[in-house]
Write a protein that binds this ligand. Structure first.
Ligand SMILES: *Cc1c(COP(=O)(O)O)cnc(C)c1O
Length: 339
């Protein structure tokens, strides 16, 4: 066994029991009716391999992003594309810049390439101009960032695009912020934007995501993929979801409004960071994830994430009635603990 494999900790996927799931940043709403129909219709074709080039979905995404389909690579979730980007662009001992705290998969797949990790931390988790001291082969930035929720400033992204041989901007939550860097990825030949269908489009169970980059980078990322990895039902549902933008924009607005309500209602817990995503990061000494789990609500604590100082909960925004329950349970628990 490779020594790097021995020292890697398994990915902490949170708790998946029969509980209210507010731990994985999923979309709480059902898919649109058209997506459900597309799923059922795709079953008629599952004796066949899917289109090897995923052409129809690439065309739909290109229309959505306003680019050419040669600028789009498809993967089994953005997670799989993180792995593929590392395989494409990292040589042994290359430097990978991953400002922390951020998404732990960047560390995992960089380590598997035997790359050298640079993991600077910043005041209040906001990347500053000091980042310009690095000159890495590859940089991973998550924006809005998981777990802090903040969108990384344009000036910082531009510095990193200059300083890094390759820059990956993980925009898994971009639609909740209504901001994006896709134009940068289309202008620069070293910038890759990753997107997911798991969050805004609520297809986490189907495993589908994409990358936006120059034709040359997309060609590289596509060349090394497992053939036919994305299933026909996933392709069909992603296409249908892109045809139902109005539905998804409507539920996204509800989620964003609920996020702000939750932020107000839970402010007594401690420090809540400004979020442009569908979750809140809360620094608190009043309540633990396990207390909530005992009451049937799963939220995420991030005890071993490098760069996060103190005890934090990451809570996904649910539907109104789910958030009401969360607020009620947290209020009861914290009254109990202060008496
Ligand atoms: C959820 C998430 C992803 C991707 O998820 P997939 O389900 O693999 O598309 C990627 N990056 C971040 C930061 C995420 O939070």
């Amino acid at each position: 066994m490779r020594s790097v494999v021995k020292i890697i900790n398994p990915y902490n996927a949170g708790f998946f029991g029969n509980v209210l799931q507010l731990g994985s940043n999923e979309n709480p709403y059902e898919p649109s009716e058209n997506v459900k129909k597309a799923y059922l219709k795709s079953l008629e074709k599952i004796n066949r391999y899917p289109d090897a080039q995923y052409n129809e979905l690439k065309e739909k995404i290109a229309e959505y992003i306003k680019c050419s389909k040669e600028n789009i690579a498809i993967g089994c979730g953005a997670s799989e594309l993180i792995n593929r980007v590392c395989d494409c662009f990292l040589e042994e001992l290359d430097e990978v810049l991953i400002p922390m705290p951020s998404y732990s998969l960047y560390l995992l797949y960089s380590m598997l390439r035997n790359a050298r990790l640079l993991t600077p931390e910043f005041e209040s988790y906001e990347i500053s101009e000091k980042i310009a001291e690095f000159k890495p082969n590859l940089t991973f930035i998550c924006t809005p960032n998981n777990p802090t929720g903040n969108f990384v400033k344009k000036e910082i992204v531009e510095i990193l695009a200059e300083r890094s041989k390759y820059l990956v901007l993980d925009e898994a939550y971009a639609e909740f912020s209504e901001k994006t860097n896709v134009n940068l990825a289309l202008e620069k030949d070293n910038v890759i934007v990753l997107r997911s269908f798991s969050k805004f489009f609520g297809l986490a169970g189907l495993r589908i995501g994409y990358a936006v980059a120059s034709k040359e980078l997309v060609e590289a990322i596509e060349k090394i993929r497992l053939p036919f990895a994305v299933s026909q039902p996933a392709l069909s549902c992603a296409i249908a979801a892109l045809e139902d933008l109005e539905y998804y924009r409507k539920i996204s607005k509800k989620i964003v409004a609920e996020r702000e309500r939750l932020k107000n209602e839970l402010s007594f817990l401690g420090k809540i960071y400004p979020s442009e995503a569908n979750f809140l990061l809360i620094k608190t000494d009043k309540i633990k994830a396990l207390d909530l789990l005992k009451k049937g609500i799963a939220v995420r604590e991030l005890p071993s994430l490098p760069g996060l100082r103190g005890y934090h909960l990451r809570i996904t925004v649910g539907k109104k009635e789910e958030n009401d329950l969360l607020i009620k349970v947290i209020s009861e628990l914290s009254n109990f603990s202060t008496n």
